[in-house]
Write a protein that binds this ligand. Structure first.
Ligand SMILES: [Fe+2]
Ligand SMILES: [Fe+2]
Length: 168
């Protein structure tokens, strides 16, 4: 018998995948980015999203609870790939480009989270667990807002950095 043989098992697997991502972001990745970036608006946006991310972890743990399961992580290879790409790029690039690199990494991560939560809320709805849908929707809404913020800051920083390059 395959390890994952029905929609509920698939849902729980995907939930474990996003739990891995959210815990990793809360404990390691977001604090690291906050330490790296210099733009004040970006830094405070990351600090704000770190607080939201801690709540995302709690919400995902609660969804496990609704399904009568202990929270368990599934290693997310996609997220590990994004982290590796970021780390390699930072190694190669000049320090003046760190904020731009981190904005790209943040946008990729938010898009990953948005896709994950859209899938999860669809599956939870199909499984008839409206309390889970509500919790997943809270996370989804904050990921979308975080992505809009990142895009806004990226637009400003990319035009500023091109102006600086031209005038220097
Ligand atoms: Fe999140
Ligand atoms: Fe996020």
């Amino acid at each position: 018998m395959p390890e994952i043989s029905n929609p509920k098992e698939l849902f729980l697997h995907e939930l474990g995948d996003i739990l891995y991502v959210e815990r990793n972001l809360a404990e390691e990745t977001l604090p690291k980015l906050i330490g790296e970036v210099s733009d004040e608006e970006f830094k405070s946006g990351l600090e704000n999203h770190l607080e939201e991310t801690k709540q995302h972890v709690t919400n995902v743990e609660q969804v496990f609870d609704i399904f009568g399961e202990e929270p368990h992580e599934e290693e997310c290879v996609g997220f590990e790939g994004l982290k590796q790409e970021h780390d390699e790029l930072i190694e190669k690039a000049s320090s003046s480009l760190v904020d731009s690199i981190d904005l790209g990494a943040a946008a990729r991560t938010e898009n990953y989270e948005i896709a994950a939560y859209e899938g999860l809320r669809r599956m939870a709805k199909a499984l008839g667990e409206d309390r889970a849908v509500k919790l997943l929707d809270q996370n989804l809404a904050q990921e979308k807002e975080a992505l809009r913020e990142v895009e806004k800051i990226a637009t400003r920083i990319s035009s500023e950095s091109v102006t600086e390059t031209v005038s220097s």
